[in-house]
Write a protein that binds this ligand. Structure first.
Ligand code: GAR
Length: 224
């Protein structure tokens, strides 16, 4: 007989790393609140003591941790402390959700194909900070967000999911960011589901998704 406890144990333990507001973390937590979702949250960790997301998670009774990077002499020591916390709670997947610290290659190597990141652009375009502002400056007609498996180089690694939004003539970085963020909250839980279900297969620089359909047709902007 399978008990609810057994079913819970089968869900992959996931840790979510944040640095601030935490809206993507909230979207992941909400997805994991469904007992049928293949992952469960075992830790929400922040490197910033004032991260609003940390309070949100603690208020909901989720296990939280603060690992303040300022308390470590270098990146290696900080990453070793992170790694120790993640292993302590038995995490099998780590989701970077607005986590604004670069991770060392050593850390990344310890989480092969188990480390996801979300970035607010259609990678490989606009890596790094201020992606919305730079997308507007570049005059792109479509912008968006990407969830990818993490490689040591910043905002790089096999792409799991992307969503595109139109850029409008009257967009500001803020209005564009808001349109993209809605899509972030949609594709991050989807990408976590695919990874937790073992449906991702990395082949070279690319990632194949087993058993998922892509929509037909094209997304274009402006509409004629
Ligand atoms: C999100 O837009 C996320 O994509 C971005 O920071 C924001 C965090 O918001 N991440 C990066 O820029 C990482 N390169 P949130 O704290 O509300 O999830």
């Amino acid at each position: 007989m399978t008990t609810p406890d057994d079913a819970e144990k089968k869900r992959t333990p996931v840790a979510i790393l944040i640095s601030g507001r935490g809206s993507n973390m909230m979207a992941l937590v909400e997805a994991c609140a469904d007992p049928a979702f293949p992952a469960r949250v075992v830790l929400v960790l922040s490197n910033e003591p004032d991260a609003a997301g940390l309070t949100w998670a603690a208020d909901r009774g989720l296990p939280t941790a603060l690992v303040n990077h300022r308390h470590y002499p270098n990146r290696e020591a900080f990453d070793a402390a992170l790694d120790a916390r993640l292993r302590e709670v038995g995490a099998r997947i780590v989701c970077l959700a607005g986590f604004m610290r670069l991770l060392t290659p050593g850390f990344v190597a310890r989480w092969p194909d188990r480390l996801l990141n979300i970035h607010p652009s259609l990678l490989p375009a606009f890596k790094g900070l201020h992606s919305h502002e730079r997308a507007l400056d570049a005059g792109v007609r479509l912008h968006g967000c990407t969830v990818h498996l993490v490689s040591p180089e910043m905002d790089s690694g096999p792409i799991v999911a992307q969503a595109a939004v139109p850029v409008r003539a009257d967009d500001t970085p803020e209005s564009l960011a808001a349109r993209v963020l809605e899509q972030e909250h949609r594709i991050y839980p989807l990408a976590l589901r695919l990874l937790a279900e073992g449906r991702l297969h990395v082949s070279g620089a690319a990632c194949q998704v087993r058993g998922a359909k892509s929509p037909d047709g094209a997304l274009s902007n402006p509409v004629g």
